[in-house]
Design a protein around this ligand. Structure first.
Ligand SMILES: Cc1cc2nc3c(=O)[nH]c(=O)nc-3n(C[C@H](O)[C@H](O)[C@H](O)COP(=O)(O)O)c2cc1C
Length: 179
């Protein structure tokens, strides 16, 4: 799938079939995370893959949306060394989710209510930050479908986001007229 089409067609998928993710597919997704750039190429991250149902249930107790974790085929916790690495974690997460999308695997980023407790449950060193856990799985019937179309410009017309003019400022920021 074309990279731009992957970006604009992607939906967040929270409903998954029970089908396990083939190991080769999971590896490709993780390699997309590994290939991500980072500040000074420090690669300050660890990816913890969780597929065991009892481990997913334990981890879900620290998640904002527990059902996303208990219902997924695999979760990938993106842990980073410190707060300054959160941007790099975001880059990793989006790369993995886009790689997954192009392989027909749905995903959703999830937040932890207590990063320390989640990290301890996974055996991560104390002090590591857990900006996100990605839930992954084959989209279930009824899950959001890709925004349809092969022409990214047309697909963009279906994106429910603020209009470009509301978020882009040329040369200088200008507040909205009503502010
Ligand atoms: C930092 C971050 C944390 C998120 N946490 C959750 C979460 O805990 N639970 C959840 O269901 N979705 C979570 N999401 C997914 C958003 O709700 C999603 O991006 C939004 O609904 C847009 O979805 P769409 O592209 O399918 O329209 C999170 C997204 C981000 C960027």
């Amino acid at each position: 799938m074309d990279a731009y089409l992957a970006v604009v067609s992607k939906r967040e998928v929270r409903q998954y079939t029970t089908e396990p993710i083939p190991e080769a597919t999971l590896t490709r997704i993780l390699q997309a995370g590994r290939a991500t750039g980072s500040s000074r190429n420090r690669q300050p991250w660890a990816f913890v893959v969780v597929t065991d149902k009892s481990h997913l249930a334990a981890l879900s107790r620290h998640a904002y949306s527990p059902g996303n974790l208990t219902g997924c085929a695999a979760a990938v916790v993106v842990a980073v060394e410190g707060d300054r690495d959160r941007f790099d974690a975001g880059r990793v997460a989006q790369n993995m989710m886009l790689a997954a999308w192009a392989l027909g695997i749905g995903s959703c980023p999830n937040g932890f209510t207590d990063e320390g407790a989640a990290g301890a449950a996974l055996g991560l060193p104390a002090g590591m930050r857990l900006p996100t856990v990605l839930t992954l799985g084959r989209p279930a019937p009824g899950a959001p479908r890709p925004r349809p179309g092969a022409d990214p410009e047309r697909v963009l017309g279906r994106v429910k986001r603020k209009p470009l003019e509301a978020v882009v400022h040329r040369e200088q920021y200008r507040p909205p007229a009503s502010a």
